[in-house]
Ligand binder design. Structure first.
Ligand SMILES: Cc1cc2nc3c(=O)[nH]c(=O)nc-3n(C[C@H](O)[C@H](O)[C@H](O)COP(=O)(O)OP(=O)(O)OC[C@H]3O[C@@H](n4cnc5c(N)ncnc54)[C@H](O)[C@@H]3O)c2cc1C
Length: 288
C-alpha cells in the first residue's frame, strides 16, 4: 500500500516546526512514523505535508526538573525503558515502556507520537494519568500545560491543537513508601494492550493505604481512571481481600470496547482480574 502524495519538510528546530505548521494547512508532524505512516498507507490519513521533527535534539532526553522528571516528546520508548533515573523515580513509566510492541517499535516510536496518536490500546496513557503527569504544548502563540487526565479526550482524539507541538512531559517522582505496577494482556501480534492496568499505592506510617491510583488502557475508547476503586482503598488495610472487594464493588466502566480480539464483557472481566493483580503487585513492591 502506498500513501497519497504529500510534501516533505524537515525541521531542525522547534521554532522551524512551528513556522512550518503555520505555513501549511492540515500538515502533520512526523516523529517515529510508527503510527502515522501505517495510517497514511491505509489512506486513513492523507496529510498534504509532513513536517519531520525526528532530528530536533532539543525535543529529546530525560532529566530531573525539581521533584518531577522531564521527558522530551521525541524520547524513544527504548530510552525510557532503559533510563536509570526513571527506574528509580518513576518506575511505572519505565515498566510500561519496556512492554511496548517489539524492539523495532521501541527503538523508533516516541512518547510524544504515542500520546498524540492516542490509540486506545497504547500503553502510556493510563500510566501517565495514574502518575499525575503534565503534558507541555507549544504553538506560535505561546505555551500551555495540560494534565494527562484531561489530555486524552476519546478515540484517537486529544486536547492537542492543530498547530501545537508537544515539547515534553513532566512526570512527578513516585512518593516515598509507594509501589507501582503495569500489567497487560497484549495482542499476540502487535503487543498493543487488550487490557492494560496501571496501579500505584502509597503506604502510610501505619502500613495502611494513604493513596492509590488505578487506570486502564484498552478497555474503553480512551484511557480510563478507576477513581472510585482508589477512593475505596484510601485509608484502609491493603490485604488481598480488601483489594478484591474494592475492585469488585467499585469498578464501574461503561461502554467497553468490543472487537475481534475481545468482547466488551471479556474486557470488563480482564479489567477486574488485572486491576487486582496490578494493585497487589504495587503493594508488594511498596512493602519491599
Ligand atoms: C507493529 C506495532 C506495534 C505497536 N505496539 C505498541 C504497543 O504495544 N503499545 C503501544 O503503546 N504502542 C504500540 N505501537 C505504537 C508505537 O508506540 C508508536 O511509537 C506510537 O504510536 C507513535 O509514535 P511515533 O513516534 O511513531 O509517532 P508518529 O507515527 O510519527 O506520529 C503519530 C502522531 O503523533 C503526532 N505527533 C508526533 N510527535 C508529535 C509531537 N511532538 N507533537 C505533536 N504531535 C506529534 C503526529 O503528527 C501523528 O499524528 C505499535 C506500533 C506498531 C507499528
Amino acid at each position: 500500500m502506498f500513501p497519497a502524495k504529500f510534501d516533505y519538510y524537515r525541521a531542525s528546530t522547534v521554532q522551524e516546526a512551528l513556522d512550518l505548521l503555520d505555513a501549511h494547512d492540515e500538515a502533520k508532524l512526523l516523529a517515529g512514523g510508527h503510527s502515522l505512516i501505517p495510517m497514511m498507507k491505509l489512506r486513513l490519513a492523507q496529510p498534504p505535508a509532513l513536517i519531520d521533527i525526528g532530528r530536533i535534539a532539543e525535543l529529546s532526553g530525560i532529566s530531573r526538573d525539581g521533584s518531577s522528571m522531564r521527558i522530551g516528546a521525541l524520547t524513544r520508548h527504548a530510552e525510557i525503558a532503559a533510563s536509570e533515573l526513571l527506574h528509580r523515580e518513576c518506575p511505572l513509566i519505565a515498566e510500561a515502556a519496556s512492554k511496548i510492541g517489539d524492539p523495532q517499535v521501541r527503538n523508533k516510536g516516541t512518547i510524544g507520537g504515542n500520546i498524540a496518536h492516542a490509540d486506545p490500546a497504547s500503553d502510556l496513557p493510563a500510566v501517565l494519568i495514574a502518575s499525575g503527569a503534565t503534558i507541555h504544548l507549544l504553538a506560535a502563540g505561546g505555551s500551555r500545560e495540560v494534565a494527562a487526565g484531561e489530555f486524552f479526550v476519546g478515540l484517537l482524539t486529544t486536547a492537542l491543537g492543530a498547530n501545537e507541538v508537544i515539547t515534553h512531559l513532566s512526570v512527578p517522582a513516585q512518593p516515598a513508601n509507594s509501589g507501582s505496577s503495569y500489567l497487560k494482556v497484549e495482542h499476540p501480534a502487535s503487543g498493543y494492550a487488550v487490557c492494560g492496568a496501571a496501579a500505584i499505592v502509597t503506604l502510610g506510617a501505619d502500613g495502611n493505604c494513604s493513596a492509590a491510583a488505578l487506570c486502564y488502557n484498552g478497555i474503553t475508547d480512551s484511557a480510563c481512571n478507576a477513581e472510585a476503586v482508589a477512593g475505596a482503598l484510601a485509608g484502609g488495610a491493603l490485604d488481598d481481600a480488601t483489594i478484591g472487594a474494592a475492585v469488585d464493588d467499585h469498578l464501574a466502566i461503561s461502554d467497553p470496547l468490543g472487537d475481534v480480539h475481545a468482547s466488551g464483557e471479556y474486557r470488563l472481566h480482564l479489567a477486574k482480574v488485572y486491576g487486582k493483580r496490578a494493585l497487589k503487585r504495587a503493594r508488594d513492591r511498596a512493602r519491599a
